[in-house]
Design a protein around this ligand. Structure first.
Ligand code: SF4
Length: 342
């Protein structure tokens, strides 16, 4: 489903000419698997909120920016973002099966976005990686790299296999949740074709995303030898309460996905209605610490605007200097460290 007309026909939005202005700016994409998860009778449905466009997207604020995490400042050539010495992003494709309304790369993805690398651009990107021995990890992101066919992914992985200094290949994807039928034997074989260690970061934001088909996709991936980690975005009206976040993180762990990043929402244009305050995010992750197992704890991170990388912004639980600290427990109690005389 890629147009306002299709959304109207499915009963997901009312006919509204102004909504067409949203569609002209930002791509729309809803897969059958996502449609199954949407409760169109609930005006506050957290699944609809993630995928169904709204007029709120036409409101931009002065602090928002087209490239909120500063990819372009660290892009030496097309398709490569080299922000940290030992790893690069390889953005082979800028399309996705769904278009999330809060997407931090919403100005780059979609049919009018940056497109797919040409074969000459891909050759140059692979050569860039091959020439730099400090690159230990290649992170395939986009767009969603799993929209590529298993044949194209296998080709790419076989080319990375020839670069000895690359030890880890990581994929960031929404596909196991939003198009789980793509995760078949051919896809799993392609993702592991390099012989390197393959990590796959599953993007999910609400426990309802763990449908039976998504769980089966996770199982195929992990049984295929792929290490699964999570990434989620903290989103107002979707998962900004402790019960939902706890269920989301437990859901990951139950599916052999280690919680990794909980992102503070980025300053992407037209996404102010999703943003929570840093303080409320910190309170939520502090509450998680008391509620659920250490296995389920994500790292709460902010991508510093301008391309300065990620910062861990979980509640600062220790302050002090010269060997004397005050450490805060998960209920907010403060304790001296080292403790005074017993
Ligand atoms: S799948 Fe990722 S890149 Fe694609 S629209 Fe959603 S958040 Fe953006």
């Amino acid at each position: 489903m890629k147009s306002i007309d299709a959304l109207v026909a499915a009963g997901l939005v009312e006919p509204d000419p102004t909504l067409r202005a949203v569609a002209e700016k930002y791509a729309i994409g809803i897969t059958p698997a996502v449609l199954d998860l949407i409760d169109s009778n609930d005006p506050a449905d957290p699944m609809a909120r993630q995928f169904v466009p709204t007029l709120a997207e036409l409101i931009t604020t002065p602090e928002e920016r087209a490239d909120p995490i500063g990819d372009l400042a660290h892009s030496p050539i097309e398709g490569i973002v080299h922000r940290y010495p030992d790893r690069v992003l390889l953005k082979a494709v800028h399309v996705c099966p769904v278009y999330c309304r809060f997407c931090f790369r919403r100005e780059m993805v979609g049919p009018q976005g940056l497109g797919t690398l040409t074969s000459a651009e891909l050759d140059a990107a692979i050569a860039y990686i091959a020439e730099r021995e400090e690159i230990w990890e290649v992170i395939l992101t986009g767009g969603d790299p799993l929209v590529l066919s298993p044949r194209r992914l296998r080709d790419l992985m076989e080319r990375l296999a020839e670069i000895d200094h690359v030890k880890i290949v990581r994929f960031h994807t929404r596909v196991p949740v939003v198009e789980p039928e793509r995760i078949d034997d051919a896809m799993v074989a392609a993702l592991t074709a390099s012989g390197k260690t393959t990590y796959l970061a599953v993007h999910a934001n609400h426990p309802r995303e763990f449908s039976p088909a998504a769980r089966a996709a996770f199982r195929r991936l992990s049984e295929g030898g792929i290490v699964l980690i999570s990434q989620s975005v903290l989103l107002k009206g979707v998962n900004d309460d402790v019960d939902t976040l706890a269920a989301l993180m437990r859901g990951f762990v139950e599916n052999r996905i280690k919680p990794y990043y909980l992102h503070h929402p980025d300053l992407a244009p037209g996404t102010g209605h999703f943003r929570v305050s840093v303080e409320s995010g910190q309170a939520l992750v502090a509450a998680l610490r008391g509620r659920i197992s250490g296995l389920c704890q994500p790292t709460y991170v902010l991508d510093i605007p301008g391309g300065h990388g990620k910062a861990d912004i979980g509640a600062a639980s220790i302050v002090g200097r010269d060997g004397c600290f005050t450490v805060r427990d998960w209920q907010g109690g403060e304790h001296a460290y080292p403790p005074g005389d017993a």
